[in-house]
Write a protein that binds this ligand. Structure first.
Ligand code: ZN
Length: 261
C-alpha cells in the first residue's frame, strides 16, 4: 500500500542559530539568523487518511510569538480533508507545536508512544524546563481521548497501517516517534523532531531542546540507518529546506505544502 504524503507548513518564525543548536558555544561559530518552519504531515491512500501531528492553534502560536500562516484545520480543508475524514492521528511527541487541534477529529484513533504519554502525565513533565514545551490543555485533551479508549499506546515499532510504520527513537522527548512511509513517489522517513534541520544530520549537531542527549545522537544514527536501508527521503521536522527539496503541492503557492512521497 502506498500513500500520497504531504508536508504542510502551517507556521513560521525568525530566530537565530544560538536558539537552534544545543550548547552552540561548542562550535565556535558566529550566531546567524535562521528561520524555523512548522509542519504537519498528511498521508492518504487506499481509502485511508492519516495525519502525523496536528500543529498548534493561532492563539497558542501568538502566545509564543510564532506566526501562523494557515491553521491546520483550514489547511486540511484546502486539501479537501474534513476532520471527520481522518482515520488516524499519530502524535510524534507531545510538544505544543505537534498536539494542538488533536481533539477535533471525531472518528480518529490517536497513536502515541506509551513512554511519551506516561512522561507528560508523570513526575517530570510538569517541571518548568519540560513543561515550557507543552500545552497543558493539549495534554488534557490527550488524557481525555485516552480515557475514551481512543488512544493506542505503542512502543518500539508499530505498524499503523500497511506501508506506515512508526519507530520510537526518543532523544528530543522520551518517546519521540519517526514514521517510515511507503510513498507513491518513493519511501519517505518523516523524522519530525528527531531531526528539526538537515544540518543536525549533516553536521551531527543535536537540537537545543532534548530529554536525552545521547538518545538524540542515537536517533540521528537510526534515521541515517533507516534511510540508507530503505532508500527513503528524510523529511526534517522544521527545516525551510523541505519546501525546496520537494515538489510544491500548489505551484502558485509553493510555501503552503510539498509532496514528499
Ligand atoms: Zn516541533
Amino acid at each position: 500500500m502506498s500513500y500520497e504524503v504531504l508536508a504542510i507548513r502551517y507556521a513560521t518564525r525568525d530566530t537565530w542559530t544560538r536558539d537552534i543548536y544545543a550548547n552552540p558555544w561548542v562550535y565556535d561559530e558566529p550566531d546567524r539568523p535562521a528561520r524555523m518552519d512548522y509542519f504537519f504531515w498528511l498521508l492518504r491512500g487506499g481509502g485511508r487518511i492519516v495525519l502525523v501531528d496536528t500543529g498548534f492553534t493561532p492563539e497558542v502560536g501568538a502566545a509564543r510569538a510564532r506566526t501562523t500562516l494557515c491553521p491546520p484545520p483550514r489547511a486540511l480543508a484546502r486539501l479537501g480533508v474534513e476532520p471527520a475524514d481522518v482515520d488516524t492521528v499519530v502524535i510524534t511527541h507531545a510538544h505544543y507545536d505537534h498536539t494542538g487541534n488533536a481533539g477535533i477529529f471525531p472518528r480518529a484513533q490517536i497513536v502515541i508512544s506509551d513512554r511519551e504519554l506516561a512522561f507528560w502525565t508523570g513526575p517530570y513533565g510538569g517541571r518548568q524546563q519540560f513543561a515550557h514545551s507543552a500545552e497543558r490543555a493539549d495534554l488534557g485533551t490527550l488524557r481525555r481521548l485516552d480515557d475514551a479508549g481512543r488512544v493506542t499506546r505503542m512502543s518500539g515499532r508499530h505498524q499503523v497501517a500497511p506501508g506506515i510504520e512508526l519507530i520510537e527513537v526518543g532523544g528530543h522527548t522520551p518517546g519521540q516517534l519517526i514514521a517510515l512511509v511507503d510513498g507513491e513517489a518513493g519511501p519517505v522517513l518523516l523524522a519530525s523532531d528527531a531531526v528539526h534541520y538537515y544540518d543536525e544530520l549533516d553536521l551531527d549537531r543535536p537540537f537545543a531542546v532534548f530529554a536525552d542527549l545521547a538518545g538524540m545522537y542515537a536517533g540521528f544514527d537510526t534515521v541515517r540507518d533507516l534511510a540508507a536501508a530503505s532508500g527513503a527521503a528524510v523529511v526534517a521536522g522544521h527545516d525551510p529546506a523541505v519546501l525546496t527539496r520537494f515538489t510544491p503541492w500548489d505551484t502558485a503557492d509553493p510555501g503552503f505544502a510539498v509532496r514528499v512521497g
